[in-house]
Design a binder for this molecule. Structure first.
Ligand code: GLU
Length: 468
């Protein structure tokens, strides 16, 4: 049993950003690759913005992506008393101090520093004062940070990163209203949850040396840090709505399979040789921190589509049917009837290697999802003119006597086309229009085999009129 413990610690913002999902995926993969644990903590201390639906968006995103977490969901807000306790411990041990400076004091300090051309980083005059001299006034608790030397983080992705301590201030741990700051809460929670590896976006890199101060002050072992590169849009700018969907839920609604998303997101900043397509099992086996790249990854929608198509092609029919049902639900579409599900189940073999996303698959599945009489789309309607209908009329009696196997049907249609001096396309086009009402569908053979002889003949009769 590995001792690795990772976590994802999203703030409930109302939706799950693709970057958060990718961070969750890396943490999940690392935990699963090492036989460790993957924990979920909701950073819900900002009560002004808190909404239960925002938490649901995260839980649903994780669940759709199949990123199962171990243990209960931890609420950061519920742990506030513990954060306070740690701040008070640091006060007692002299690693932190009470600062009575008011906003005005701090503003005055900054103004004076600016005028003097010195650093505006706030230096509290309360740092080394005798508690006996303290006023009875509101205070914040600040950490006593070293003022010279260097802060060093040995990051598993970024390598050794150093900061001059003089650039780090005595950050606030506990505000005057008794609420903990983000810096304090994250460290206390990560420590108490036993987190051994903090894998997160590199926008948090500058927090690491400051958070390390709290670990050291408490005598707690520092976790391994791995700050992963941001995701950029195809143009190299920060990924935003301008580039396309940024929320995980939107990808579900667009009909991407979860396995395709996982595969693609794993490739955003991580690689295993030249492998582009891989299964979950392979990703879990291969994932390591060494494979994470330092440079930012660019979101490539084409690549996502391509991988999604490959995952649809290899998925089991049962999984696909479940995922398609979830997609329809997310997209607000009607669920499939049992009859449609049956039809789709029989047709998946000839649909799944031809679709990049579920709507495309369902479009091609029109021939099993709709029922007679088919309303042909524009192209199909054009393919059904008096000449082609005449051809289908001649074909019908032959199909009535046909043996319903692929090879016999192939032979029958080929011979029939030859006898009429038609190219195969000229026969397949109206036949497709009669069987599917759509210009895009599986091959006419697949359709005939899936719907069967009686239904094929009925659909032909719908187009050609009752047999004489
Ligand atoms: N709550 C932070 C965020 O959503 C993550 C904090 C962390 O990973 O340390 O970006």
């Amino acid at each position: 049993m590995s001792s690795v413990v990772t976590r994802i610690a999203p703030s409930p913002t109302g939706f799950m950003h693709i970057g958060t999902a990718r961070t969750a995926l890396f943490n999940w993969l690392y935990a699963r690759a090492t036989g460790g644990q993957f924990l979920l903590r909701i950073e819900d201390t900002d009560r002004a913005r808190y909404a239960p639906e925002a938490v649901d968006a995260i839980l649903q995103g994780m669940s759709w992506l199949g990123l199962d977490h171990d243990g209960d969901v931890v609420s950061q807000f519920e742990r506030v008393p513990r954060h306070r306790e740690v701040a008070l411990t640091l006060l007692e041990t002299g690693m932190a101090y009470k600062c009575f400076a008011t906003q005005d004091d701090i503003a005055a300090f900054r103004e004076a520093a600016r005028a003097a051309g010195t650093s505006t980083l706030y230096r509290s005059p309360w740092r080394d004062t005798d508690p006996a001299t303290h006023p009875d006034a509101p205070f914040v608790i600040r950490i006593k940070a070293p003022q010279d030397g260097q802060a060093v983080i040995e990051d598993a992705v970024q390598g050794r990163v150093t900061w001059a301590n003089e650039t780090l201030d005595d950050m606030i741990l506990l505000r005057s209203d008794g609420t903990p700051t983000y810096m304090l809460a994250v460290v206390v929670d990560d420590h108490d949850m036993g987190v051994t590896h903090v894998i997160r976006g590199d926008d948090h890199l500058s927090n690491a040396p400051r958070q390390a101060l709290i670990y050291r002050a408490m005598g707690w072992p520092l976790p391994v840090h791995a700050h992963i590169p941001l995701i950029l849009g195809p143009d190299g700018k920060k990924l935003s709505k301008r580039h396309g969907a940024t929320g995980v839920e939107e990808y579900k609604k667009m009909g991407y399979p979860a396995a395709g998303m996982r595969n693609y997101m794993a490739r955003l900043g991580w690689s295993h040789g030249d492998d582009e397509f891989f299964t979950d099992a392979q990703a879990r086996e291969w994932f390591d921190l060494d494979g994470i790249t330092k440079s930012a990854a660019r979101f490539d929608f084409k690549k996502l589509e391509h991988l999604s198509g490959q995952h649809i092609a290899v998925a089991s029919d049962a999984d696909l049917l479940d995922e398609i049902a979830a997609f329809l639900d997310a997209a607000g579409a009607d669920p499939l009837t049992d009859q449609q599900k049956n039809g789709l189940g029989r047709a998946l073999y000839c649909l799944k290697d031809r679709a990049k996303i579920f709507p495309e698959l369902l479009e091609k599945a029109h021939f099993v999802l709709s029922s007679r009489p088919f309303e042909p789309d524009e192209k199909s309607a054009k393919a059904l003119n008096s000449v082609s209908i005449g051809i289908l009329k001649d074909l019908t009696p032959q199909l009535q006597n046909a043996s319903w196997t692929r090879s016999d049907l192939e032979e029958l249609l080929t011979t029939f086309a030859e006898s009429k001096e038609l190219s195969f396309g000229k026969l397949a086009q109206p036949l497709r229009a009669a069987l599917a009402g759509r210009a895009i569908s599986p091959s006419v053979y697949d359709m005939m085999l899936v719907i069967g002889q009686a239904e094929t003949l009925d659909r032909l009769t719908d187009v050609t009129g009752a047999p004489q």
